[in-house]
Design a protein around this ligand. Structure first.
Ligand SMILES: Nc1ncnc2c1ncn2[C@@H]1O[C@H](COP(=O)(O)OP(=O)(O)O)[C@@H](O)[C@H]1O
Ligand SMILES: [Mg+2]
Length: 385
């Protein structure tokens, strides 16, 4: 098997997890050292032993010339997206989207299902073409310098793409070989992941033995094995419990501390609020607001919120509160007001005088969800139920 040279000559090599087959395919690979120009899938039946030896032979091929791979990238130019248009038939998945991501910031794309986040991310990664607009990554044109730009990006998709049979180390070695990493650089990266992604004790465990959270970490490591200055993540913590989410956010922060620029798509307002330096709120292919989370909440969600839990008479309460900007979720009514401490006794007295039974009434700080509701009249999460 001459997989290393194959990879260098324009093929991505994918090992499948079903123990006995190797798939060689060009795929829409975004791997920096890999160009895809043909369309052919080749399935080779092999034994588990051979499967392993393929991986080990990859490691032997990690001898690329470090100097040749060294690039002098001026990350201060950031990432710019200008008038990006992507149309699917009647649907404008991206409707002239423009923004700039500064170097070393964590930039969030926050929006509900169908907002256009994945489309935007896949275009940025060179996985999808677009109909109009211009994108530059650290000064390089995404289309004209496609090959170079791809090597500057580490993309971690929503799915976990690990080879179950292989240990984390072997998975990383495989990924490293596709990027033609030198042995020295590979060892450095393994050390970095052991420390910063806390993968050390799992390095020699088979991927299939890892928990969901550990798999995501290993997957992240694989996608940034080549130490790219730009890391792009599509909904990386969907389905995680809050603790695992927080841990993952810490890892992303440590990548920022390491000087990286991060773009992350999410529909989780807490994730955007906690993690991102700036957030672009997206809806129906457009950016409807863009700023620091604190500024967005102050400027757009700026009014405070009264939350009324109704024990009896929710429908009556809604009629009585008609003149207020409000949002209902079952027996909870959120009311947007300028001065909550003045409005709270007023609202309480209107409701009780009409025999609405209040269980609880409280004042809450506005959230990014409120910003979204105010801008679109809909909730971020409603499409996910
Ligand atoms: N391959 C496709 N063909 C047709 N429509 C698509 C395709 N991919 C995405 N879309 C549409 O583009 C819009 C944006 O989708 P997507 O980028 O996946 O949003 P998000 O990631 O924010 O959920 C949606 O209306 C979706 O249905
Ligand atoms: Mg998506």
């Amino acid at each position: 098997m001459c997989c290393g040279p194959v990879a260098q000559h324009g093929w991505s090599v994918r090992l499948i997890t079903e123990r006995s087959r190797v798939q060689i395919s060009p795929g829409p690979s975004i791997l920096g050292g890999v160009r895809s120009c043909f369309s052919l899938n080749l399935w080779l039946p092999i034994s588990e032993k051979a499967f392993k030896s393929v991986i080990l032979s990859y490691e032997l091929l990690l001898e690329a010339d470090e100097e040749k791979n060294a690039l002098n990238i001026d990350t201060s130019k950031g990432v710019t997206v200008d008038g990006l248009l992507k149309v699917y038939g009647e649907i404008k998945a991206l409707d002239r989207v423009s923004f700039r991501v500064e170097e070393n910031e964590i930039f969030g794309l926050l929006g509900p299902n169908g907002a256009g986040k994945t489309t935007l991310i896949e275009i940025l990664c060179g996985l999808k073409n677009f109909d109009d607009g211009k994108i530059t990554v650290f000064g390089y044109d995404l289309v004209k310098e496609a090959y170079l730009v791809r090597s500057l990006i580490g993309f971690c998709s929503q799915e976990t793409l690990l080879y179950d049979l292989l240990s984390v180390y072997e998975n990383l070695a495989f990924s490293a070989s596709l990027y033609s990493l030198s042995r020295k650089k590979f060892k450095e990266r393994v050390k970095f992941f052991s420390k910063h992604l806390r993968l050390g004790e799992f390095m020699h465990r088979k991927a299939e033995e890892l928990s969901g959270g550990m798999k995501r970490r290993a997957n992240l490591a694989m996608s940034i094995i080549h130490d790219p200055p730009l890391i792009i993540l599509d909904e990386p913590t969907v389905g995680f419990d809050p603790n695992v989410k927080r841990e993952f956010w810490d890892l992303i922060r440590s990548l920022k501390d390491d000087g990286k620029t991060v773009i992350i798509a999410t529909h989780d307002m807490y994730e955007a609020d906690e993690l991102c330096d700036r957030v672009a709120i997206m809806d129906k292919g457009r950016i409807v607001a863009l700023d620091k989370p604190s500024v967005l909440k102050r400027k757009i969600g700026g009014e405070a919120k009264l939350i009324v839990n109704v024990k009896k008479g929710t429908e009556d309460a809604l009629k009585l509160l008609k003149s207020y900007k409000h949002f209902r979720e079952e027996n909870e009514i959120e009311i947007f007001v300028k001065n909550p401490w003045v409005e709270m006794p007023k609202i309480s007295s209107i409701l009780t005088s009409h025999k609405v039974l209040i269980e609880k009434i409280e004042v809450a700080e506005p959230t990014l969800e409120d910003v979204f509701v105010k801008l679109t009249g809909r909730r971020l999460e409603e499409n996910f139920k």
